[in-house]
Design a protein around this ligand. Structure first.
Ligand code: GAR
Length: 312
């Protein structure tokens, strides 16, 4: 049982003990504080007392646990844990609302996105920050209709230790580390993605080709970002700095980003959006990469939002 918990929470034995202690102390503090608050009200109705007590401890529990986690050095774990619970409860509430026939329209549904990434994850981070769950997403379109809600529900990665995994962890987003053989010769993780109710896939620095079963399972629902102006400087082996080095070697005076639908070929599907930046004679792959990242961060989240609003 303890072994299972250690593996599930990805912690060592000392942290596991401290986490269990935090749960116990946080729970006691929460129960004690809830009782003290209710005693102050002087309420005598037993049924009402129980209802209010349950409500109070539900609200107090995250605060108490976070407080106790600070001196025990477990704040990061519990922040992630509480965020996870919030994410689990939120979509459930939306589904329940739909079941009850409350406000049954498209705006009540939450589109679950998976980001496939294997690098530092700066694009994934920007996308997560722009749609950190559906709670924030209450803006209106120009016509006054509520925007559709969407959330990053899963980060898929093929590289253990990639920066994007830490970003996912900090945001409390589940991760899926994939295996090359299963991806290319097995079910390509289609069932796994369906289990997470994924409806849309965003590639952000994912360097493996997308296999056919996945493309067929998500027709016109997989997009990619490429750090150059396609159709130039794309294809097998063209990623990251290699692209920028090729652009500089070709003495191009401009480069940019391309966002496109994914098909069976590398960097090939229909273009959705491009943005340009100048390439100057002093540029190195490093400085060009910085310019390109700025463009990517400014545009990718907006393009994703646009596609999802217009009916994913
Ligand atoms: C991005 O610049 C993206 O365009 C590129 O990898 C980088 C990932 O950066 N993708 C490709 O080259 C795909 N052919 P990030 O991990 O910081 O988001």
């Amino acid at each position: 049982m303890l072994k299972k918990l250690k593996a599930r929470w990805k912690v060592n034995s000392i942290n596991l003990v401290l986490i269990i202690a935090t749960f116990a102390l946080g729970g006691s503090l929460c129960g004690y504080t809830g009782r003290k608050i209710l005693l102050l009200t002087g309420l005598e109705n037993e049924a009402l007392w129980i209802v209010l007590y349950l409500l109070l401890i539900t609200l107090l529990w995250p605060v108490c646990v976070l407080l106790i986690s600070l001196p025990l050095g477990q704040f990061a774990f519990f922040k992630k844990y509480i965020l996870k619970i919030r994410r689990r409860i939120s979509p459930l509430a939306a589904v329940k609302g739909a079941d009850l026939g409350e406000k049954k329209n498209n705006n009540d549904q939450v589109t679950q996105i998976a980001i496939f990434a294997s690098g530092a994850g700066s694009n994934a981070e920007k996308i997560i920050q722009t749609c950190p769950g559906f709670l924030h997403n209450e803006k209106k379109t120009e016509e006054g209709t509520a925007l559709k809600k969407y959330t990053v529900a899963l980060i898929v990665c093929n590289k253990p230790g990639a920066g994007v995994l830490k970003i996912a962890d900090n945001a409390g987003i589940p991760t899926l580390l994939i295996d090359k053989d299963r991806f290319f010769n097995g079910d390509s993780y289609v069932a796994e993605l369906q289990k997470h109710k994924i409806e849309f896939i965003v590639l952000a620095g994912f360097l493996w080709k997308i296999p056919e079963p996945l493309i067929q399972a998500f027709p016109k629902k997989i997009i990619n970002i490429h750090p150059a102006l396609l159709p130039k400087f794309g294809g097998l082996g063209m990623y990251g700095h290699k692209v920028h080095e090729a652009v500089i070697a070709a003495k191009e005076t401009e480069s940019g980003i391309s966002i496109h639908y994914v098909d069976e070929l590398y960097d090939h599907g229909a273009l959705i959006f491009q943005a340009k930046c100048p390439v100057d004679f002093r540029d190195t792959a490093e400085t060009l990469a910085q310019k390109i990242h700025l463009l990517e961060h400014a545009h990718y989240p907006k393009v994703i939002a646009g596609i999802l609003q217009n009916g994913c």
